[in-house]
Design a protein around this ligand. Structure first.
Ligand code: SF4
Length: 356
């Protein structure tokens, strides 16, 4: 077991590890063009807004998504949010007004457009922490520090960049930057060729070989050097296996409906009736015939099917003999991605699908 931080972890990361961070993607626009950029095709270069997995069409959706995970903080990311400064300022103010001043907000930027006026405006509307994901924009980092924001730098652990990262850490330590976050470098569908062309190899969970070793080496080195700077390593497994899962469980606990079942890993399970008749008509009929409360039966997101609780399945079969029944497992995200679909046979097979 390795130690993945030195001198503690930043406040924004603490919230993230609890699954209590709303990820607000402000825009996919960015002028930096890093070869390792992991942004997906749907986001890269596109001026789109996402709150967690949800494509945002109006401001209210951002607040609702925050409520759905009981957000204690927000990480504003992109692209470069500073390319859409007014939007960024508006949302920082909106989140602080709605969730209260203790709602911790940190913002990621490549620093290219972080001049003193911009940083002052960010501070004025309530930004708590700024994270530069760059090794170059030293002037912007110094400015943010002088203006009094909590300042950190967050970079990937690129295996052939050991000397540069150490040099950066020494400088950040000297000017009193609060923390350096080092992320495990990850292959994605969009950076795969670029990383391969540069000779990087894949290992384990889409990680770049040698990235984790370097991050751990830097942490040990910082300890030997006695740096004041906090250094925190965020691995892919921590990002996906801890942060994401914790957020999913939090969301599930808030959004699960009465007729749905809580499964392991934050998933939701439910029975779905496929009928050729109008589902709204069938739903009304079932409410009446089964004498159940309306919240014990729902209509699917696509409006085509009926969703119902396990204990009503046998009754439903008697009332609608030819109905097709499925058991669906899905993520509790706003878009409810389907993970598994099981066809239930007429001969009572659903009895074997016990709640996990
Ligand atoms: S600065 Fe960030 S968003 Fe921009 S290209 Fe680099 S990794 Fe991608």
């Amino acid at each position: 077991m390795y130690i993945d931080f030195y001198k503690g972890i930043p406040k924004g990361c603490e919230i993230c590890l609890k699954g209590a961070k709303l990820v607000l993607f402000i825009t996919g626009l960015c002028k930096k063009n890093c070869y390792y950029c992991p942004l997906s095709e749907e986001k890269r270069g596109k001026d789109v807004i996402y709150a967690n997995e949800l494509l945002i069409r109006n401001d209210l959706e951002i607040l609702l998504e925050g409520k759905a995970i009981n957000a204690e903080g927000t990480g504003i990311t992109g692209g470069d949010p500073l390319l859409r400064l007014n939007r960024t300022l508006k949302y920082i103010k909106m989140l602080k007004d709605f969730f209260g001043k203790n709602h911790h907000i940190h913002l990621y930027t490549n620093g290219m457009y972080a001049n003193s006026e911009v940083i002052l405006n960010l501070k004025k509307v309530g930004l708590d922490e700024i994270r530069f994901h760059t090794m170059n924009e030293i002037k912007s980092i110094e400015l943010a520090k002088d203006i009094g924001l909590s300042v950190g730098v967050e970079i990937p652990a690129i295996p052939n960049e050991e000397d540069r990262i150490k040099k950066l850490a020494l400088y950040l330590n000297k000017i009193g930057v609060e923390f350096l976050n080092i992320n495990q470098l990850e292959f994605s569908s969009t950076n795969f060729l670029q990383l391969k062309e540069r000779g990087f190899e894949i290992e384990g969970n889409n990680a770049v070989k040698g990235s984790e070793d370097l991050a751990i080496k830097i942490i040990k080195w910082a300890e030997d050097e006695g740096l004041e700077l906090k250094i925190h390593y965020c691995s892919i497994s921590k990002k996906d296996g801890v942060q994401y899962k914790m957020r999913i469980v939090r969301r599930r606990n808030n959004v699960i409906r009465l007729y749905e079942e809580a499964l392991e890993d934050g998933l939701i399970g439910k029975f779905v009736l496929e009928t050729k008749e109008n589902p709204h008509y069938i739903r009304k009929k079932l409410i009446k015939e089964l004498k159940i409360k309306p919240n014990m039966i729902g209509i699917s997101r696509d409006g085509k099917n009926i969703e119902i609780s396990r204990n009503l399945i046998n009754e439903v079969k008697k009332l609608i003999p030819n109905v097709k029944i499925k058991y669906i497992k899905e993520l509790p995200t706003a878009i409810r991605e389907k993970i598994e679909e099981i066809n239930i046979q007429k001969n009572e097979e659903e009895q074997q699908f016990h709640q996990d």
